[in-house]
Write a protein that binds this ligand. Structure first.
Ligand code: SF4
Length: 311
């Protein structure tokens, strides 16, 4: 079969589903290529099948005609919020074809899927369900690469996480938990395992101000047990969702006092104006050159200075 692949979002970030589809078709002896009529010319004969994958709803659709007997679309960009049909098991559990993106040093994948939190702003419950379950061993998608990017939504919520963390430790590879770690589920036992994983920096989130009593003792425990440097422990702060500006500031200052680094995430940012307080807060907190220069500064002082500079 002649197979065409379209990564509608562009080629900036590898699309796991397309890499697995490519691996499966190549294993069958099919010819697999990117479908790029702009570079390769419009195919004279129809391809047997073209896969179009789109992760983000805001990405504009593929703009060229597709000459194929069959076109299969997938991804949350097309089927929001559940992502449409899942890949069949025999494809899902194949090692991705990293060569599609010319990737040689990094492995990408999921060890677990699902998250029990069901946060209102998050699509994981629709896509992967509300139970965190193991879906793979590390060797399914890692074969010695120096880095691993894990896309698990909440690895600590899976009851097999100690074994999975041990697999990551044994790999010796640099690990990026790119969806962060759920601070509420930290325990002395999993912290001692996380300490052994080769991590450059770790991300937590304090999305809901009401979680203070659960999150803060856990973050303190992590800080004490690991003595992690401030710049290496990032805590995302969701704003513009269910919090007041005072609560946003309180979270920012509390994280700073803990010796960790806050990072502002604005919900529905494109609906805010650059002059909104949350946008001004973001330009202060997320600009690490300014942030680390004066660790005693309050937001009001930063804001006053910016406004007087702009006059
Ligand atoms: S904890 Fe994270 S992954 Fe889980 S539902 Fe909330 S935002 Fe999504």
């Amino acid at each position: 079969m002649k197979i065409g692949l379209i990564d509608v979002d562009g080629h900036n970030y590898p699309n796991l589903a397309l890499m697995k589809l490519s691996a499966w078709h190549k294993k069958r002896g099919d010819e697999v290529k990117w479908y790029e009529p702009l570079f390769d010319g419009f195919p004279k004969e129809p391809l047997d099948r073209v896969y179009e994958s789109k992760v983000f709803t805001f990405t504009p659709d593929f703009e060229f005609p597709i000459n194929a007997k069959e076109v299969i679309r997938g991804g949350t960009g097309y089927f929001y919020p559940d992502g449409g049909e899942e890949l069949p098991d025999e494809i899902e559990h194949l090692s991705p074809d990293y060569s599609l993106y010319g990737i040689t040093k990094t492995a990408y994948g999921f060890l677990t899927r699902g998250c029990p939190r069901g946060c209102d702003f998050c699509i994981v419950k629709h896509k992967e369900g509300t139970k965190s379950r193991k879906v793979a061993n590390l060797h399914e998608f890692w074969n010695g690469q120096k880095s691993i990017v894990l896309m698990d939504p909440n690895i600590l919520a899976c009851n097999q996480h100690p074994d999975l963390l041990k697999q990551l430790i044994e790999s010796g590879a640099k690990v990026d938990f790119n969806q962060g770690i759920d601070a509420r589920l930290l325990t002395p036992k999993n912290i001692s395992l996380l300490k052994e994983v080769n991590i450059k920096e770790i991300h937590f989130a304090w999305d809901d101000p009401k979680d203070e009593e659960i999150i803060i003792p856990k973050l303190k425990l992590f800080k004490t047990e690991t003595d992690i440097r401030e710049r290496e422990a990032i805590v995302y702060v969701l704003v513009n969702f269910n919090s007041t500006f005072e609560e946003d500031l309180h979270r920012v200052y509390t994280i700073r006092d803990l010796g960790m680094t806050p990072y502002i995430m604005i919900f529905d940012k494109d609906k805010t104006k650059s002059t909104d307080p949350v946008r001004r807060l973001q330009s202060w907190v997320n600009n690490k050159r300014i942030w680390f220069k004066n660790q005693n500064m309050k937001f009001e002082e930063f804001d006053r200075r910016i406004r007087s500079d702009n006059r």
